[in-house]
Design a protein around this ligand. Structure first.
Ligand code: DAH
Length: 358
């Protein structure tokens, strides 16, 4: 065997044995690099006699080409093998559930609050919040409750011990004080909903000392009762996920609205179940009205320039009605079995496009 054949055999063996890109590169440099064995041999051509060169030239060129080809082929093989290995190790089974066993459930109050927010957000309402502990001014006075008016007692208010100046702070009895805070701090147009905890000294199957409301407030220059009715009608239809539902507005009294109304929704009772959108019974579901001029004035707004409407609803009651939950007290009993039964999956985020409750 000529020494060129021997060299080729050795180099091909090394190429064959290279099992990584880096190892192959080492072989390439050692053979074809500037100081590589094949390159060194090529340099010797210059010193040869013409006859010798005639013979050795094609032989060395052939060697160089075959080695370069072998390296290239091996490189492609190694790359393909590396890709296969990576695909095998990074394999993802897309049919596996994201969380095989999700633990915990979303409370119906949180879910229904999110549903209500989704509906009003789509209508362009922002979410506003305020403190649970309120002063008398925001909870009552600014909302046009006259001093010593029985409504203050009607709310079964939890009062704190009087402060040094005699003022008694309260646990807010409704979310309406956040209307006042917003109107005093923001310039109209205002379009907000106010979800939050509220407190009254009361407890039975449909009342708990702590419960939840969502308040709504719209203030603009040409707001009227038609806007109020249209907004709430659209809300009820979307919330109860009905194609059609009748509502009616019954005159009522609230100190902070004039005129005031309660909104009733058409329903029917089938066995133990309440079905909305059918039948000829009426169920009261929220209070509403046009913001009283005194309330606007108390917040520094001119009633001749601005009008608005407001509404307030009980979230817990809406959750009971929509999801057929019989006793309100269970909502706050922290019973994991109850939550397992009535709760919602964390992935079921209410939205208008994916469905509120699916
Ligand atoms: N604040 C009232 C309550 O707790 C509910 C309510 C009724 C709020 C009418 C409003 C409204 O904004 O306009 O009983």
């Amino acid at each position: 065997m000529s020494d060129i054949e021997q060299l080729e055999k050795d180099l091909l063996a090394k190429i064959g044995a290279a099992d990584t890109g880096a190892a192959l590169e080492e072989v390439r440099v050692a053979a074809l690099g500037k100081k590589g064995v094949v390159s060194e041999r090529m340099k010797t051509l210059g010193k040869m006699s013409p006859e010798e060169r005639k013979e050795m030239g094609p032989a060395l060129n052939g060697l160089k080409t075959r080695i370069a080809d072998a390296i290239e082929t091996k490189k492609t093989e190694l790359e393909a093998a590396a890709l296969d290995a990576r695909l095998a190790s990074e394999k993802v089974d897309v049919t596996l559930p994201v969380r095989p066993e999700p633990k915990g459930k979303i409370h119906p109050v949180s879910q229904v609050t999110e549903e209500i927010i989704a509906i009003f957000s789509a209508m362009g309402f922002d979410v506003a919040e305020g403190p649970d502990i309120e002063d008398d001014f925001h909870n009552f006075t600014a909302l046009n409750f006259p001093p010593d008016h029985p409504a203050r007692e009607m709310h079964d208010t939890f009062f704190f011990e009087p402060k040094e100046d005699g003022e008694r702070m309260v646990l807010r009895t409704h979310t309406s004080p956040v209307q006042i805070r917003t109107m005093m701090n923001e310039k109209p147009p205002i379009r907000i909903i106010i979800p939050g905890r509220t407190f009254r000294c009361d407890s039975d199957q449909t009342h708990t000392p702590m419960f939840h409301q969502v308040e709504g407030l719209v203030i603009d220059k040409e707001t009227h009762m038609g806007h109020l009715k249209g907004t709430l009608q659209a809300f009820v239809k979307t919330f109860f996920e009905l194609d059609d539902v009748k509502t009616r507005f019954r005159p009522h009294f609230f100190p902070f609205t004039e005129p005031s109304a309660e909104m009733d929704v058409q329903y029917e009772r089938v066995g133990n179940e309440v079905r909305f959108g059918q039948g000829d019974k009426w169920m009261e579901i929220l209070g509403c009205g046009m913001v009283h001029p005194n309330v606007l004035r108390n917040c520094g707004l001119d009633p001749d320039e601005y009008q608005g409407f407001a509404f307030g609803m009980g979230v817990d009651r809406l959750a009971m009605l929509k999801y057929g939950i019989p006793d309100l007290r269970d909502f706050f009993a922290a019973d994991a079995r109850w939550l397992e039964h009535y709760g919602f999956d964390a992935a079921d985020q209410p939205s208008l496009w994916a469905g509120l409750s699916k």
